[in-house]
Design a protein around this ligand. Structure first.
Ligand SMILES: Cc1cc2nc3c(=O)[nH]c(=O)nc-3n(C[C@H](O)[C@H](O)[C@H](O)COP(=O)(O)OP(=O)(O)OC[C@H]3O[C@@H](n4cnc5c(N)ncnc54)[C@H](O)[C@@H]3O)c2cc1C
Length: 357
């Protein structure tokens, strides 16, 4: 199939000038986001199919410890961006800084974590570099013959998986949500280069100014939804925010955490950070318990990798029952309090005892 230049006004690029797989390493000042390390692991795999291309991490600021962690996780090189105006997050400044560095080093692939910040930056950077971005990929592969990235993601409401290429532009960009790829373990013997790049982002076009920093209130001080072994997920069937308080109690008793369906988030019962599914987080806990969740495909894609799936639903024909290991047909208001009692009464495993899944 011949390829038409879809944007003739954009300058031609020479694909052979672009080499390497780069990952934007996001952090909160204290630690790196797990998704950035997950992407370093994936970048290492992609590099194998690109004749051992370099894997590099780009980080704004960061600490020596973060740079070490990136190298020990698989980066050959860490580029630390420094410059005035980068002390606090600003999408315009951050994307300008990253785009400047990408333009200098010319990687063929750039991977960005599909976090709130990552999604925003990815769009700005792609626009600045005049290239394409495939968002929320669930798999990444290389077509060895052409060196093209095949960015795979659900489409048509999650019913079809599309393999998307960007053959005419470089770098090829993709974002991937947290938890899609496993986090590689650290190898303290790995060695890599850490270099500092000073950028200038003092630009007259700057129109975006942060006036206030607000931290979204969570329903409970429980671990993030992608970090617990047991996740109790509430859906619209809970009927009210009070239902979530029951789930919090169960999650605490199980030493786990809580998650939510999109509808529960929309109802304001839980923050978006706890949403599981296509436009939320992908989780792979040892135990998933869906309460009042119908099991729409957009939800299922975010939890199907759970080892044991349990659902509680009044409707015996709810789609979620197609995916469960254990299903309970009934009203959660009767079942959850009883479950909490049973869990609290159960003998606690001794530290050496292996917990059953
Ligand atoms: C592009 C796109 C992206 C999307 N992304 C996501 C996503 O990331 N995550 C997500 O979750 N959804 C997502 N959705 C929405 C998804 O299609 C569903 O609408 C949503 O998951 C339904 O949420 P729910 O199961 O909580 O609500 P409902 O579908 O309304 O289900 C409620 C369930 O609760 C049961 N119930 C009612 N009362 C009780 C009771 N007392 N006890 C027990 N059970 C009870 C009902 O039988 C029902 O099965 C997306 C949709 C689109 C189009």
């Amino acid at each position: 199939m011949s390829q038409q230049n879809i944007c003739p006004e954009w300058p031609e690029i020479r694909r052979e000038e672009y080499r390497g797989v780069y990952v934007y390493a996001e952090h909160d000042g204290n630690s790196l986001k797990d998704v950035s390390l997950e992407l370093i692991g994936k970048a290492r795999q992609l590099a194998v199919d690109l004749d051992g291309a370099e894997v590099a991490a780009i980080i704004i600021g960061g600490t020596d410890a973060m740079a070490r962690e990136l190298v020990e996780t698989g980066a050959d090189r860490v580029i630390r961006i420094v410059g005035e105006g980068l002390e606090t997050y600003n999408p315009v400044r951050y994307s300008m800084a990253i785009a400047q560095v990408l333009d200098k080093y010319r990687p063929e692939i750039v991977l960005i974590g599909g976090t709130k910040r990552g999604r925003e930056l990815a769009a700005y950077i792609a626009n600045t570099l005049k290239t394409g971005i495939t968002a929320d990929c669930t798999e990444l592969e290389i077509d060895k013959a052409s060196r093209d990235l095949i960015a795979i993601r659900p489409t048509f409401g999650g019913n079809v998986l599309a393999g998307i290429r960007c053959p005419q532009r470089r770098p090829q960009m993709a974002s991937v949500r947290p938890g899609v790829f496993p986090k590689p373990s650290r190898d303290p013997t790995r060695r890599g280069e850490v270099i500092s790049e000073r950028v200038d982002v003092q630009d007259g076009r700057m129109r975006l100014v942060a006036v206030e920093r607000k931290v979204e209130r969570d329903v409970a001080d429980l671990p993030p939804v992608e970090k617990a072994d047991v996740v109790v997920v509430g859906g619209r069937g809970l009927g009210s925010a009070d239902g979530f308080h029951l789930l919090v109690e169960l999650a605490r008793a199980l030493n786990g955490t809580i998650g939510a369906s999109l509808m529960a988030v929309r109802a304001g019962w839980a923050p978006h950070t706890r949403q599981v599914g296509q436009t939320g987080k992908t989780i792979r806990p040892r135990v998933y318990i869906g309460v009042g969740v119908s099991g729409a495909v957009q939800h299922i894609v975010g939890m199907l990798e759970s080892k044991v799936i349990i659902a509680i639903n009044t409707d015996r024909n709810a789609p979620i029952f197609r995916y469960v290991d254990y299903g309970v047909v009934g009203d959660y208001k009767e079942i959850i309090p009883r479950l909490i009692e049973l869990v609290k009464a159960a003998p606690k495993p001794t530290p050496t005892e292996k917990q059953p899944v």
